[in-house]
Design a protein around this ligand. Structure first.
Ligand SMILES: Cc1cc2nc3c(=O)[nH]c(=O)nc-3n(C[C@H](O)[C@H](O)[C@H](O)COP(=O)(O)O)c2cc1C
Length: 209
């Protein structure tokens, strides 16, 4: 599949049909997000797939995005609220096992990462973690489009309410951004044939000489 064609095909869907995304496709999208780049590779966010329809309904009560409950699936991108040395140690352990390296050989890398997170406030760390989540969001949108699965990225929600209903605080997470997955209702979605509004490429990107 040609990525540019897939990106032209996709749009932020407002009205979903009842058709469900299969578990195989859901897994493929999650795998693509998991393969996304992240700063230093630390992946400071998690994805919660909200299945329970009653919770989905409650989550959609506040705000203006019915896709939260109407789409086939809802992914909540949640960043780690308080990055700590423990997260870094877990990452070092993962790298040591997967790459077959002695843990001590990663000491310098570990020190740099620890200095980075301890040199910032927890709020700054959360913002940094959220930026990594957005990279995953972009990958998820593109991966779904390649499978001709529709998506809606959404910031229009109440993060505190989501954190409470999904017990994210207890998991050390805070919700950042949402991705609805499903299939467009081509008859009811007013945006189904709307041309894309984008800058001319020459205005968007400039070549320096
Ligand atoms: C981070 C982010 C947040 C967004 N939040 C919402 C939202 O809350 N509700 C919605 O319907 N669309 C939302 N959108 C969709 C944008 O409005 C849409 O991507 C943009 O208008 C470009 O149109 P297109 O994606 O259909 O090509 C969001 C998009 C992004 C990337």
């Amino acid at each position: 599949m040609n990525l540019t064609e897939s990106l032209k095909w996709r749009y932020a869907v407002k009205k979903y049909s009842d058709k469900k995304v299969t578990d195989v496709d859901l897994r493929a999208i999650l795998e693509a997000v998991n393969l996304s780049a992240s700063s230093a590779g630390i992946q400071p966010y998690r994805i919660i797939v909200v299945g329970n329809p009653e919770i989905r309904k409650k989550l959609s009560e506040e705000g203006y995005n019915p896709q939260i409950s109407e789409a086939s699936h809802l992914l909540v991108f949640a960043a780690i609220a308080n990055l700590s040395e423990t997260h870094i140690d877990e990452y070092m352990h993962r790298m040591s096992v997967i790459r077959g390296l002695p843990l001590e050989s990663l000491d310098n890398f570990r020190k740099i990462l620890v200095a980075n997170i301890t040199g910032r406030t927890q709020e700054e760390n959360f913002i940094w973690a959220s930026k990594q989540a957005y990279i995953g969001l972009g990958t998820g949108i593109a991966a779904a489009a390649e499978l001709r699965i529709d998506t809606t990225p959404m910031e229009g929600f109440n993060p505190d309410r989501f954190d409470e209903l999904l017990a994210l605080k207890e998991q050390g997470l805070k919700s950042v951004v949402l991705l609805a997955l499903g299939y467009r209702d081509a008859e009811k979605d007013p945006f189904v044939n709307a041309p894309k509004v984008r800058l001319a490429l020459e205005s968007f990107s400039k070549l320096t000489t």
